[in-house]
Design a protein around this ligand. Structure first.
Ligand code: ZN
Length: 255
């Protein structure tokens, strides 16, 4: 039989901070301290150990407790579940929430996607035995089609802003890719601009911020103050947009 002992709550002061711990009196050889999942500090000690010694021990462990709690807080930031491409799954298109609908078709040539903006549903037509990888591939066609409609007007607007600031080169070639670690890239010598198709999940204003950033690289390859002045000339609020963009995608699964 397991004996849990008597649990009492105590508080010690460390500089300006109060630290509360749960003390369990039981037959243990030394004072034990641990931080449990919700951040509670649990201490166990033998009944004969005076409280002031236990409190002194807790104070010496203050740094450990702080670090353990910080780690727990980090772990608590929920990692998004992987997207499974199931009927009824929710994702976003240009910042609007949509529902994925799966419809089975009999032949690969009938496969495709359709976005019903009225109902907020994206219909995915796939053969009946299509696995997640295959569903993703078919949905990628949808993102590419949307990219072909969405990116070019934003490129032309951003390009016009850069022409006003001295860009005299040709219209860059627009490329699209699904990327994990960057929102876009620019090769000024060619010139071409690559946009991450993931951006199409978010609002247009975030896409435009990335487009202006990449278009500014046509004039400056670096991230110097001169470069940021080019971006700020078109989008004075760009730091807010950058933060909002990253916040928007932080807890989104990779489609
Ligand atoms: Zn850059």
């Amino acid at each position: 039989m397991k004996r849990t002992g008597v649990v009492t709550s105590h508080t010690v002061r460390i500089n300006d901070e109060q630290l509360t711990f749960e003390l369990t009196r039981k037959a243990v050889k030394r004072i034990n301290l641990r931080v449990v999942k919700d951040g509670t500090v649990k201490v166990s000690a033998a009944p004969r150990v005076p409280l002031h010694r236990i409190e002194a021990f807790v104070i010496t462990e203050a740094d450990f407790i702080r670090r353990a709690r910080a780690q727990l807080a980090m772990a608590a930031i929920k990692r998004p579940d992987p997207f499974r491409y199931r009927n009824g799954d929710i994702f976003t298109v240009l910042g609007t929430s949509v529902t994925l609908r799966i419809q089975w078709v009999s032949a690969p040539k009938e496969e495709g996607c359709y976005y019903d903006t009225a109902s907020g549903e994206v219909w995915l037509y796939v053969v009946a035995d299509a696995d997640e990888v295959h569903r993703r591939r078919i949905l990628e066609r949808f993102w590419r089609e949307l990219g072909k409609k969405t990116f070019p007007p934003l490129l032309m607007t951003a390009l016009e802003a850069m022409r006003q600031q001295g860009y005299k080169g040709p219209v860059p070639e627009l490329r699209m890719r699904r990327m994990k670690s960057r929102w876009g890239s620019c090769m000024p010598s060619r010139p071409w601009i690559t946009m991450n198709t993931r951006l199409l999940e978010g609002p247009r204003e975030y896409i435009y911020y990335v487009m202006v950033h990449e278009a500014a690289h046509l004039l400056r390859a670096d991230h110097s103050p001169v470069f940021h002045a080019l971006v700020a000339h078109e989008l004075p609020q760009w730091p807010m947009l950058k933060k909002a963009l990253n916040d928007y995608f932080r807890n989104k699964p990779m489609l």
